[in-house]
Structure formats: structure tokens, C-alpha cells
Ligand binder design. Structure first.
Ligand SMILES: *Cc1c(COP(=O)(O)O)cnc(C)c1O
Length: 435
């Protein structure tokens, strides 16, 4: 098989390659091509890293020009022209128009490192170790961030106790009609609740890995008010949902909340180049020089493409409106599909271009994903049991590709349901290698 060498040399830890076992060679926009020349439509976008599509020429051109001119490729955290340009553009295009005043910290290039930094900041500012995270949350897999990641698959790999995080029920966790913040608020006000007073609360406005669970604007505003009243910092992890995924640049804009700290990564560079950023309220910037270090703090190639992304897509609200229109198409089609297969118990969830199709049978999403892959569509599952098919197309996807991909998903769903009716035992035995 094509992927023999990966199976032979690469650690068992490899994950996505198990679900999509081909060798990818090239990509453009919403399409990828494998070594055999087969084309795939990408509804996964590197888990939300390729919001602007693969090899978007808007970024590729300035990146090639930068390399060609011997621009600085690596400089630790020295000042460079590329970094200066990014800071200028980010302030002008992203922060100022939203009335946001944040100090920027460039951490190591992974999302989890931004979370590590955010937690250190909160713990130092409040001089308390505990942090509240939510059920089904995902914040990364390095030790500090992993303590705030709910999924046992990741937690059990730590090999060490994961400390100083208390999990609270996310919005909707206890079913409709129950405001889960009642529990957090009651605990905070009760000296005998057993909850150690938290320094901060960390939240995803839509839980990406956790199953496309969406917190309502009302819940987020109440959470913000609780943080203010109880002297806790509010950290929004916008690593997957930021950079336009929910149609606004920051996923919290619609709710009107003002987080004390925001983490960004995945699509920040626009091009898939690793880069992470912590935004913090200026008075939370308690760092001593160099106290959170790292060789790759600030990726200069990513600065070039990130500046181009902000300039090209976020100067006005045109891109937001385009995303909202595509989102409407996506949701309408999925809502129709859910209604067309009542036996499957399907429901649609999410916001903007992070939309989930949840199924009653927890193995259904994985089987649809596998079937769609043979038909040339790449789509992943998420949720505690992989029960949610997660739609993360590029925000720039054209209407035709979106429609074609959705048609493949519907065909795959029909096929899987049909096979399930004929041989229910065999189909439920299909193994799914969750990532
Ligand atoms: C992906 C992700 C992270 C971790 O980012 P890595 O680059 O994988 O370390 C953290 N939080 C959220 C919400 C994510 O989606």
C-alpha cells in the first residue's frame, strides 16, 4: 500500500492518516490531490487551520516574494520587518475597529503553548492555581493545557496527575432549560462547595473537538458577569473558532463579551504556517522579560501571510457577510438532510462555518466519514464518542463545491443507513480510530 512507510516508521500516535490513508501531494483552494491523482474536496481544513483554503494565492505571492528577497526566516523574538508589519496590520485591521485594547504575546507556534501562557498569566495575576474549564472542552495536550482538556483519551496519555483545573458543565450539558451556570455560581458562593477559588475560567464559544457544542450569547454574557463579580479572568480559547470561522473575526463578537485573555492559532497565519498569539488586557501583562521563552516565538513567514490575511479579508465586513451566506446554505442543506432521514435521529448544531451533524447512533458519523472519503470528500468526526460529523469547509469555498460536497455526504449517509438496515451487526463493528 501507498502508506506502508508511514505504518512502518511512524509512531502509533499517528491519527488522521489512519482515517484518510492516502499520500497527499498537492492542494489548492478546497481541493487536495493524492499521489495517484485522485482529487478530494476538503471539508476538514486542517481542523480549522485552513480557513482561507489551501495555498491561497493572496498569501502565496507575498510569501514567495519575502523568501526571494532573503527576508528574515527566523529571529527568536527579535524585531523584524515582517513582525512589525504584522503588528501594524493587526492593530489597524483587527483590534482598533473592534475597540479592543490588548497586549500581544507571541508564544511557541502551537495552540497548546498559547494556552500554557494564558494559564500562567491568569495564575500569576490572581495568585491562585485553580482554573475552571468545561465538560467536553479541548485546549491542547501539553501538561498545563491537558489538565483543562476533558477527553479521557488525551488525559490518560499524560502519565502524570493533571492538577488545578475544575470542570464545570458547559452550556446545554444538562439538557435544555437548565442554565448550567447556576451550578458554577452556587459553588463560587458556597464556602463548602469544595471548589478552590479559580484564577480564571477558560471557554470555547463553540467546542470544536468536543462535538460542535455552542454556548449561547446569553450564557457567555452571564459567564462574563460571573467572572467580574468573582474576581476571575475570562479566557476565550479562539484557536479553532477564531479568524472568521463563526463569521466574525473573533467568535465572541456576536455575544458582546470582552475576554481578559484570548488565544489564537490555527488559521491566524492564513496559510497553515504555525503561529500562536495570546491577547491579554494590558494590566494582565505581568511577565518578567523572557519568563515564558521559546525558540519559535513568532514565525516570520507566518507574520507575512497573517498580515496579508488580515489586510485582504478583514478590512471591512464583506468577508463576514460572505461567510454568513455560505453558512446559511450549509445549515439549510443539513437541516433538510436531518429531516429527510428521521430514523437516524440527526440534529444540526454550530454557528458560521463550524457546523455539526449529530447522530443518535454514535458510530454513524465515522461510517459516513469513511464512505464520503472513498467518494472524495474529507470530513472528520468530533464529540465525546465521535458521534458528530464536523463540517469545517474553507470559508472561501465556492457555492458549487459546497453543494457537491454536501451531495456526497447525503449519498454517503443514505448508503451507510441502507447498509445498516441490511446488516446492522457488521456495520457497527467498523473500528474508528479517533484522533
Ligand atoms: C487545536 C486546538 C488547541 C491546541 O492547538 P495545537 O496547535 O494543536 O496545540 C487548543 N484549543 C482549541 C480550541 C483547539 O481547537
Amino acid at each position: 500500500m501507498d502508506i506502508d512507510i508511514f505504518n512502518r516508521l511512524e509512531s502509533q500516535v499517528r491519527s488522521y492518516v489512519r482515517d484518510f490513508p492516502v499520500v497527499f501531494a498537492r492542494a489548492q483552494g478546497s481541493h487536495m490531490v493524492d499521489e495517484n491523482g485522485k482529487r478530494y474536496l476538503d471539508f476538514f481544513s486542517g481542523a480549522g487551520t485552513l480557513n482561507y483554503g489551501h495555498n491561497n494565492p493572496v498569501f502565496k505571492k507575498p510569501l514567495l516574494a519575502y523568501l526571494e528577497s532573503d527576508g528574515i526566516a527566523h529571529a527568536l523574538d527579535l524585531a523584524t520587518s515582517a513582525k512589525k508589519r504584522f503588528l501594524e496590520v493587526f492593530e489597524q485591521v483587527v483590534l482598533a475597529p473592534r475597540g479592543l485594547r490588548y497586549t500581544l504575546q507571541f508564544t511557541g507556534p502551537t495552540g497548546t503553548n498559547a494556552i500554557e501562557a494564558a494559564f500562567k498569566i491568569a495564575r500569576q495575576v490572581k495568585r491562585r492555581p485553580n482554573i475552571v474549564a468545561f465538560t467536553h472542552s479541548f485546549h491542547g495536550v501539553s501538561a498545563g493545557a491537558l489538565a483543562a482538556t476533558a477527553n479521557q483519551k488525551f488525559r490518560s496519555a499524560a502519565g502524570t496527575p493533571l492538577a488545578h483545573v475544575t470542570f464545570m458543565p458547559y452550556d446545554g450539558y444538562l439538557g435544555a432549560g437548565i442554565d448550567t451556570l447556576d451550578y458554577l455560581e452556587t459553588c463560587l458562593n458556597d464556602p463548602s462547595s469544595g471548589l478552590d477559588r479559580p484564577a480564571a475560567v477558560v471557554v470555547e464559544t463553540v467546542q470544536g473537538e468536543g462535538g460542535v457544542n455552542e454556548a449561547s450569547a446569553h450564557w457567555l454574557r452571564r459567564l462574563e458577569a460571573l467572572c467580574r463579580a468573582q474576581d476571575m479572568l475570562l479566557i476565550v480559547d479562539d484557536i479553532q473558532t477564531g479568524c472568521g470561522r463563526t463569521s466574525e473575526f473573533f467568535s465572541f463578537e456576536a455575544s458582546g463579551i470582552r475576554p481578559d485573555i484570548v488565544t489564537l492559532s490555527k488559521s491566524l497565519s492564513g496559510f497553515g504556517l504555525p503561529m500562536s498569539l495570546v491577547l491579554m488586557r494590558p494590566d494582565a501583562d505581568i511577565w518578567q522579560p523572557g519568563a515564558h521563552s521559546g525558540t519559535f516565538r513568532g514565525n516570520n513567514l507566518a507574520f507575512v501571510t497573517a498580515a496579508a490575511a488580515a489586510e485582504h479579508y478583514w478590512q471591512d465586513d464583506r468577508f463576514s457577510r460572505e461567510i454568513a451566506a455560505r453558512s446559511a446554505t450549509l445549515r439549510q442543506t443539513l437541516t433538510r438532510i436531518a429531516a429527510a432521514y428521521p430514523d437516524a435521529g440527526l440534529s444540526v448544531r454550530g454557528r458560521g462555518m463550524i457546523v455539526g451533524l449529530a447522530a443518535r447512533d454514535t458510530s454513524l458519523a465515522a461510517r459516513v466519514s469513511q464512505c464520503a472519503f472513498t467518494e472524495g470528500v474529507i470530513i472528520e468526526t468530533s464529540g465525546a464518542r465521535g458521534e458528530v460529523l464536523k463540517f469545517l469547509p474553507a470559508l472561501t469555498i465556492d457555492a458549487e463545491a459546497l453543494e457537491q460536497g454536501l451531495a456526497v455526504i447525503e449519498r454517503s449517509l443514505a448508503k451507510v443507513l441502507d447498509a445498516g438496515r441490511r446488516e446492522p451487526a457488521a456495520s457497527s463493528a467498523v473500528a474508528h480510530f479517533a484522533h
